[in-house]
Write a protein that binds this ligand. Structure first.
Ligand SMILES: [Zn+2]
Ligand SMILES: [Zn+2]
Length: 449
């Protein structure tokens, strides 16, 4: 398959003319464009983008083939393997793309898959009829057709998907692709079985790709990266969305003004999700985590009795991480962490034991009494609440619900942060809060109008 000089000239001329046109058109020339025209042009630009990506893929394939040829030559020949031949095409390309290895690998993989699995998809992409993502979905679908599919059946599947890509969203196209064998199967059962086989294969691959890593930024934060199978990712996303949902009528009483504060105002969606993730970690059921070879999987908070009683001495987690007194009191307050209360000389006074926690029945009684977070204005229901001990010194002695109040994670922070005083109203037995320096008791009327 000799490439003629003419063909090389043609692609060079194509890229040169694109460059020339773009050079001659500054983005400022869009200013003042009629919106209807801009919309049409934007749509056409998206198609141009798809067409260009078809060319990028063709170029990536040239590189990939050259690399494979070089590798095969080294393997077969007497020459030792040079470092250049072991570098993957994607990392070669990514150098020219500001180090975007993920993007480069995607390009090479899709390019290779389209060539191996499809017949008409590349032409459709080059003509601007489908997008790169649609081409990706179609090539994946054809790549996972069951064994024994004939060339003619394959062809029908591809043509059907190319046609459907014109009218389906990406998500719907993916769903369609999973059941594409209905173009040639005789019964619904067979299509069901094909889809199931596809999903099983996809789940197995997902398990192989699953990973999690996080690293210490050494500034009091960690950053991480993970790959999760779809089902677990959806579970995580659903939980985070629920935890991050803007409270409908969330207020806390502002210490300075005595007025209700808006909460979460000005936080971006990723920030809200971040806080939701932190809350989720604290909600992990300590009593249901496995122990790791006899070592507890639960972090212990080690704090002095004076800290527990309101002092300012920092505390530690079982791995040596230092945390503020406020954070320690709050964590010691939740049932998910075991506080180790020390006297001044670091001798344990009280190892939090099962009976210091509000047990199931007192927790249920509190849920019934409080209905949800007891902070004024908060709309978190009981599922997302932690049990706060109204009197810290009683922590190790009682599981009486007259010592407890439900608070969402956010307000639990607030209560410890700002030093709210809580009480059970002597007349009707409901939880009330008072801010430092204030004499007014506030209560959440949301659940008890
Ligand atoms: Zn608390
Ligand atoms: Zn709350």
């Amino acid at each position: 398959m000799a490439v003629t000089a003419l063909e090389t000239e043609m692609v060079e001329a194509c890229v040169r003319s694109l460059e020339g046109t773009l050079d001659a058109t500054p983005t400022s020339s869009w200013t003042g464009t009629d919106p209807a025209v801009a919309r049409d042009l934007l749509n056409r630009l998206a198609r141009v983008e798809a067409r260009i990506s078809a060319h990028k893929m063709a170029a990536a394939r040239v590189l990939e083939k050259a690399r494979q040829a070089a590798r095969d030559a080294t393997r077969g020949g007497a020459d030792g393997a040079g470092p250049a031949t072991t570098t993957s095409t994607s990392s070669t390309i990514s150098i020219d793309f500001g180090g975007d290895r993920h993007g480069a690998a995607d390009l090479v993989n899709t390019a290779t898959r389209i060539e191996e699995q499809t017949t008409h998809t590349e032409a459709a992409l080059a003509a601007g009829e489908i997008s790169t993502k649609q081409a990706d979905v179609i090539s994946r679908a054809l790549g996972s057709l069951p064994d024994g599919v004939t060339e003619a059946q394959r062809d029908t599947c591809e043509r059907t998907l190319l046609k459907d890509a014109q009218k389906l969203t990406l998500k719907d196209l993916r769903a369609r692709a999973r059941r594409i064998t209905e173009t040639y199967r005789k019964t619904e059962d067979e299509v069901d079985a094909d889809e199931d086989a596809f999903l099983r294969q996809q789940e197995e691959q997902a398990r192989a790709k699953t990973s999690f890593s996080m690293w210490d930024n050494r500034d009091g934060t960690y950053t991480g990266r993970f790959t999760l199978p779809e089902a677990q990712a959806v579970m995580l996303k659903t939980a985070l969305d629920a935890l991050a949902a803007p409270h409908q009528n969330v207020g806390t009483v502002n210490a300075a003004t005595g007025q209700m504060d808006e909460v979460g105002f000005g936080q971006s969606y990723p920030q809200r999700l971040g806080h939701a993730f932190a809350s989720l970690v604290e909600l992990l059921p300590a009593d249901r985590l496995p122990s790791n070879g006899g070592v507890s999987a639960v972090v212990t908070v080690n704090l002095d009795l004076s800290t527990l009683m309101g002092g300012l001495k920092a505390a530690g987690l079982s791995d040596g991480t230092r945390i503020s007194a406020e954070q320690a009191r709050r964590l010691a307050c939740t049932a998910q962490l075991v506080p180790m209360v020390l006297n001044g000389r670091s001798l344990p006074l009280d190892l939090g034991s099962a009976n210091r926690y509000f047990n199931q029945s007192s927790r249920r009684a509190m849920e019934r009494r409080d209905g949800g977070c007891t902070a004024p204005g908060c709309d978190r229901d009981a599922r997302w609440c932690e049990a706060h001990h109204l009197t810290p010194h009683a922590m190790s002695r009682t599981t009486d619900i007259r010592d407890g109040a439900l608070l969402c994670t956010f307000h639990h922070h607030r209560v410890h942060d700002q030093g709210w005083t809580g009480r059970i109203n002597p007349d009707d037995g409901h939880v009330e809060w008072r801010l430092p320096g204030s004499s007014t008791w506030h209560r959440n009327r949301r659940y008890r109008p």
